[in-house]
Design a protein around this ligand. Structure first.
Ligand code: AMP
Length: 220
């Protein structure tokens, strides 16, 4: 099972990727989480990408493709992976296709989680995450406990630096300009499926599972 989750920031890709990871025992590969860990560790890479991420811009395709090339060759990816937040540009999508040329049996499916823009903004500004394990919370839908400690690992629950209103708007603009063209990229290659992200988490998950089981392709 080799999946790409597409959709604007806040559409619920990370939440669904974590559910899929748990149920199917294949890893969620979130380039955003990998980069945030580098920033937190203050590594050389972290220092390069920190400011770019805080502004809501995209990190260079070269850096991202190197990360992915290394990550998808790890043993835990043998039975598949769930790409969350990658690819984000056409160059990245082409780079992924090149990397996967070595594996002709892999059938990529790109699933778009579609959500109206106003809902994206509300979700992102209300989003909170665990600073240790990355678990998602949301002030409206899934509020953090009163002591602000993660229910899974006890880590502190924080707001991401790039989830303030101005940066969120910019990230959505970047999405429309650079990432939305991927819908056509995968659509024209007959690899695109779509679910309605404007439903409860469990309903979105059920719709994704239907696609995995039946492969009913939803064309644009
Ligand atoms: P995310 O957690 O997916 O919302 O990503 C957070 C930030 O990390 C983005 O706003 C970008 O600055 C950076 N980032 C994550 N994934 C990518 C990617 N595939 N290409 C470029 N930048 C990325």
């Amino acid at each position: 099972m080799h999946l790409i989750l597409l959709g604007a920031p806040g559409a619920g890709k990370g939440t669904q990727a974590k559910l899929l990871q748990k149920k199917y025992n294949i890893p969620q590969i979130s380039t955003g989480e990998i980069l945030r860990a580098e920033v937190k560790a203050n590594s050389e890479l972290g220092r390069v990408v920190k400011e770019i991420m805080e502004k809501g811009e995209l990190v260079s395709d070269d850096i991202i493709l190197k990360i992915i090339e290394h990550r998808i060759q790890q043993p835990d990816c043998q039975n598949g992976f769930i790409l969350d937040g990658f690819p984000r540009t056409e160059t990245q999508a082409e780079g992924l296709d090149m990397l996967l040329q070595k594996f002709p049996d892999i059938r990529l499916k790109a699933i778009e989680i579609a959500l109206p823009e106003k809902d994206n903004i509300a979700r992102l500004t209300g989003r909170r995450i665990c600073s240790q394990c990355g678990k998602d919370y949301n002030l409206q839908l899934n509020p953090p406990p009163p002591d602000n400690r993660c229910t899974v690992c006890g880590g502190e629950i924080i707001q991401r630096d790039d989830d303030d209103v101005a940066t969120v708007r910019h990230r959505l603009d970047v999405y429309h300009e650079q990432t939305q063209p991927l819908i056509n990229y995968y659509g024209s290659r007959k690899k695109l499926y779509r679910v309605d992200g404007n439903q409860p988490v469990e309903a979105v998950f059920r719709d994704i599972e239907k696609i995995l089981k039946n492969g009913v392709q939803l064309q644009k």
